[in-house]
Design a protein around this ligand. Sequence first.
Ligand code: NI
Length: 193
Amino acid sequence: MNKEQIVNQTADYIKTKLSGEGSGHDWWHVYRVWKNAVHIGKHENVDLFVVELAALLHDIADWKFHDGNDDVGPQMSREWLEKLEVDDTVISHVCQIIKDASFKGSGVMSKMKSTEGMVVQDADRLDAIGAIGIARTFAYGGAKGREMYNPDIKPEKHESFEQYKNNQSPTVNHFYEKLLLLKELMNTATAKK
Ligand code: NI
C-alpha cells in the first residue's frame, strides 16, 4: 500500500467511526483539522505523511470520553497503523503526537516535541476558536450535561492535567480556561496568521 492509500484508508476508517458523533469531536471536526494541518504543513519543513495520519487519528479515542485515559487514543492508532503495515518509526511519531497534542490545562506547559506535532496541534486548536469553536464548546457542554453559565462558579487556572481533566465547570468558563488562551499558544507562523 502506498502512502496515499494509507491516508485514504485511515480517513475512511475515522469517517465511519466518528460520523454522527454529537459533542463536536465528529468526523467533520477531524476533516477540518486534517485539511488545515496539510495547509499549515506545506509552509513548514515537515513529513506530511506523519502530519496527515496524526491529524486523522488525533480524536480516535479522546481521553475526555475514556475516563481521562490519554493512552487509549495512541494505542488504538498503533493497532490500526500496524494493520496497514506502516513503518514503526512513523507509528511511534504519530502516537507521540496524539498523546501530546491535547490541551492539558492553562497552567501546564505542553510543548510539542516535533514540528509535525506543532502543526497538528495548531490545526486542532484553530478548530477550537472562532465561530466553529464557540459552537463546538456548547455542543460539548450539552453532550456532557453541563450548565451553560453559573456566575457563582469562577474560571480556574488548572495547574495539572489531573486537575484539568476532573473539572466540571460550566461551559462559559471553558472560554477563560482554554479557548481565549489558544491564539497566544499557536506554534507555527502560518497558524498565527
Ligand atoms: Ni480535535
